[in-house]
Write a protein that binds this ligand. Structure first.
Ligand code: ADP
Ligand code: MG
Length: 312
């Protein structure tokens, strides 16, 4: 079977400058799923992953604003909430698109836990800012409510909580995802990079951290034995010397070459860096093609050679 893992970037759900209302997000998703349906009509069995940065941030703001009325939940639960509601929107929009196109395929969201190593050095070095900005006067109250939080001064814009971003190891729900895919269903999984959990004495425990969605998507693609992985974002593809007068788009490259460019520092940490790293891992783990391209050209990336194509 031709399994393709598609990782959706932030722009698939929320566009720059939008406030993040339900209507805005649902509308964007209806546009996104029409691109996905084009690919499904080509005969691919797709597994969809997505980011959740702005959404999990908004959920944390809701918890914070309502904390005197209802107890705020931990970050890992906020991750589960966003997987649920984003999955719901994609599911509904995709089913509606299938009805219009007379496609008979089931769609399901799997709330996904991803195992991270509790000794991951990231736990001693939280780097990822999440949730609301706080004022200096609020810090004492915040530390009283959440003694375990690490708060940093975010470039003079205010104070913000930072959490670790550990490396994803293994998808807990992989077997059920495999069964759904084998059964020809479309699965939405690993939303927001998955809910980070550690193993302790044989049990799973949610931890307050954020897993990069591109790196988690690679684990999913590899563990599913997908042949291709496509990361859809808001640029045409991978550029060398990005944002300089000499920038040039990489159209086709291979594992050795992209590793070299990666080592030379062409890809920014936190944006293109993890995408390239994810594709490098995917190909090293047996994948046959990695694609990074624009969401608007989802189908053209596959059939017309748009975007950046990386081979082993
Ligand atoms: P997503 O939500 O899709 O993960 P990101 O903002 O994390 O989006 O990553 C996409 C961004 O990566 C682009 O908008 C671009 O500004 C940035 N970027 C950094 N380095 C590069 C590069 N070498 N080539 C292309 N884009 C790059
Ligand atoms: Mg990103």
């Amino acid at each position: 079977m031709n399994i393709l893992v598609i990782a959706l970037g932030g722009n698939a759900i929320l566009k720059r400058g939008e406030r993040g209302s339900y209507e805005e997000q649902y509308y964007n998703i209806t546009e996104t799923v029409s691109k996905l349906a084009d690919i499904i009509e080509l005969g691919y069995r797709i597994v969809i992953t997505h980011g959740n940065g702005p959404q999990v941030g908004a959920t944390m703001i809701r918890y914070d604003a309502a904390k005197t009325l209802v107890p705020p939940f931990p970050l890992h639960v906020a991750g589960a909430e966003t997987q649920g509601f984003i999955g719901y929107m994609i599911q509904q929009a995709l089913v509606n698109e299938f009805i219009k196109r007379k496609i008979d395929i089931s769609v399901a969201t799997v709330v996904t836990q991803v195992i991270v190593d509790r000794n991951d050095p990231a736990f001693n070095n939280p780097t990822k800012p999440i949730g609301p900005f706080y004022r200096k006067e609020e810090l004492q109250e915040i530390s009283r409510l959440h003694p375990d939080w690490v708060i940093i001064d975010d470039a003079g814009r205010g104070y913000r909580r930072v959490v670790p971003s550990p490396d994803p190891k293994r998808i807990v729900e992989i077997d059920v995802i495999k069964r759904l895919v084998k059964d020809d269903s479309i699965v939405i999984a690993c939303g927001g990079g998955g809910i980070p959990v550690i193993e302790k004495e044989g049990q799973l425990i949610g931890v307050d951290a954020v897993i990069d969605k591109d790196l988690a998507s690679e684990r999913l693609a590899t563990q599913l034995g997908a042949s291709k992985m496509m990361i859809l974002t808001d640029v045409e593809g991978v550029y060398l010397d990005y944002n300089t007068p000499h920038q040039r788009l990489l159209r086709e490259t291979n594992l050795d070459e992209i590793k070299k460019y990666h080592a030379e520092g062409h890809f920014k940490t936190g944006s293109m860096g993890p995408k390239v790293k994810a594709i490098i891992r995917f190909l090293a783990n047996g994948g046959s093609e990695g694609i990074i391209g624009h969401l608007e050209k989802a189908k053209e990336n596959l059939v017309e050679g748009e975007g950046t194509h990386i081979f082993p």
